[in-house]
Ligand binder design. Structure first.
Ligand SMILES: Nc1ncnc2c1ncn2[C@@H]1O[C@H](COP(=O)(O)OP(=O)(O)OP(=O)(O)O)[C@@H](O)[C@H]1O
Ligand SMILES: [Mg+2]
Length: 207
């Protein structure tokens, strides 16, 4: 698996979608999600060539540090904490397999919950990532191609489900009832990340 190619394509996709993400944040936040997250991922892409000298844990840790210091705001700290937990969970891992990725994903969701003190249903990125983590653990009998389709489908449903939710965490919660009717920008950025990973893996596994 070419992890650097996957990371670079996430950076490219977030860049491509940055105005759409900031537009979603304009409706229920402060219009900065796409611009900030894209700045962080572009910085990651600038440094990604040195990742070939690092193990998976070190890569996740480096990405966390870059996001925390370059994205700012709630999402930089939250994605960064999630990736720091991924780094801890992958210590000593040389080869990735489905089980190890599942453990890392579980650690990421736990880190996000710990940092943001949110649970699913509060209109955040967790509404994309928690269902993905759940289906990941429950779908181990599927072939890799069916598995990737399922993961992407669940991520999309999770992201879309935030439209009808009332925000009770983060900046969007200041809007109260007026937050209903808009997709959460963080749920959308998480969906873009999951979808991009699935697209890359489909290519690799010739799905
Ligand atoms: N407590 C939280 N737990 C999980 N996710 C959260 C939390 N607060 C915000 N988010 C996610 O972060 C996204 C907003 O990210 P953004 O980069 O726009 O930060 P921000 O809210 O503008 O930050 P700040 O208010 O600190 O400037 C939301 O759409 C939501 O998905
Ligand atoms: Mg914002």
């Amino acid at each position: 698996m070419d992890i650097i190619k996957i990371i670079d394509s996430i950076a490219d996709k977030i860049f491509e979608k940055r105005d759409e993400l900031s537009e979603l944040d304009r409706a229920i936040g402060d219009s900065d999600h796409g611009v900030n997250l894209s700045r962080g991922f572009q910085k990651i892409k600038e440094e990604s060539s040195i990742f070939s000298k690092l193990n998976y844990s070190e890569i996740a840790n480096k990405m966390a540090m870059i996001l925390i210091s370059n994205v700012g705001g709630a999402s930089g700290a939250i994605y960064g904490t999630g990736l720091m937990r991924v780094a801890q969970s992958l210590k000593g891992v040389e080869e990735l397999d489905r089980d190890k990725v599942g453990v890392a994903l579980g650690a990421m969701v736990e880190g996000i919950k710990f940092r943001g003190k949110a649970i699913a249903g509060e209109k955040t990125m967790l509404d994309t990532l928690e269902p993905v983590e759940k289906i990941f653990q429950e779908s181990k009998e599927l072939s890799i191609c069916e598995f990737l389709d399922k993961i992407e489908e669940v991520a999309q449903e999770g992201m879309e489900s935030t439209k009808d939710m009332l925000a009770t965490k983060g900046r969007a919660s200041y809007l109260g009832e007026r937050s209903i009717g808009h997709i959460d920008p963080g749920a959308m950025s998480s969906y873009i990340i999951v979808k991009t990973i699935c697209e890359n893996l489909r290519e690799e596994f010739k799905c």
